[in-house]
Design a protein around this ligand. Sequence first.
Ligand code: BJ8
Length: 383
Amino acid sequence: MINLPEKFNNFNEARQKGFIKAKELKESGKKLVGVFCTYTPVEIPMAAKAVTVGVCGVSEEPIPDAEKVLPRNLCPLIKSSYGHAITDTCPYFYFSDLLIGETTCDGKKKMYEELDKVKRTHIMHLPNARKGEYTYKLWKEEIKILKEEVEKELGVTITDDDIREAIKDKNEERRLLREYYELGKLKPSALTGMELHQVLYQAGFKFDRDELKKDLRKVIDDMKERYEKGECPVQKDKPRILITGSPIGGISEKLIKTVEESGASIVAYELCGGIRAIDLLVDEENEDPIDALAQKYINIGCSCMLHNDNRIELLDRLVDEYEVDGVIDVVLQACHTFNVESNRIKEFITTKKNIPYMTIETDYSKSDTEQLRTRFEAFVEMI
Ligand code: BJ8
């Protein structure tokens, strides 16, 4: 018998549902592995037949509790994730058998040390200061260590064939997500910014793999049909915006709604909840599946990488393919890597792509919504 947290009856309906869903999953014999970052090679826990779920906090509610341990001047994503963990308010964290994190930004990796006191957190050493063969070899070793750790913690043996199967499965999901995502290339976009964001975000919380793929196929077909019937809600003449930067799960309402209410159409997200995670597939032809995983994941263009050329290369392609008219760079408060890198992004967008660029710094509170609206309206008018 698996128990719910003591305060279960105080939760709202949506959270209660999340807890019951995770509890049922555990009672069916499944193991749950919580992940924090796009660098996690989820095919390894998937190969162990575990269910993986994102456990990055998107609510400001547990932040005051987190600040009893963590400094106030820290990224809201980190505080929210830790706050949920210590207050038993995130179903997926609560029921996770193992957590996986990486040495990405300083705030996250130091938070993992604290988190490990609450629940077993395996930290992968992500090499981020040197490119080439050395980096790639180190990362491949880290994936092997992760495999051993997952085997030990979940009490299973993972074969190469298990990993190959997981690679195929995850690639199929990525292909479907990309097909959906590419509806943003149409003119006007076949999707509103919220529709584009939500499907990608929600896919991470559908645990039945076959059902997830069926649902994705259906939503792609439905949206194509809506477009062909001329029923798409996006107007033709709206400026086309690309959002880049820190993850937006905790600010999606205030950001997406406010940008679109300011008269723009969001057509692409160069984010971890967007194309950054699904752009590259894992090579299914590679005979060594760990090698294939290392190649894919080390090439993700997050700002925690030194000389992060892969993000520039991706932005370059997206601006052209999605016919973007302007770029909004989002920095979560105290996210130093994205904040510093915004200078390079600004230079690239304004001088190489010759389109307008703006940056915002924000946190999970709603207090700056109207201030942001004024800035977005001015930006959209300028395009
Ligand atoms: S691959 S974006 S998920 S690290 S916003 S916690 S960087 S201070 S979340 Fe991220 Fe992986 Fe990169 Fe993606 Fe730190 Fe910045 Fe906070 Fe961040």
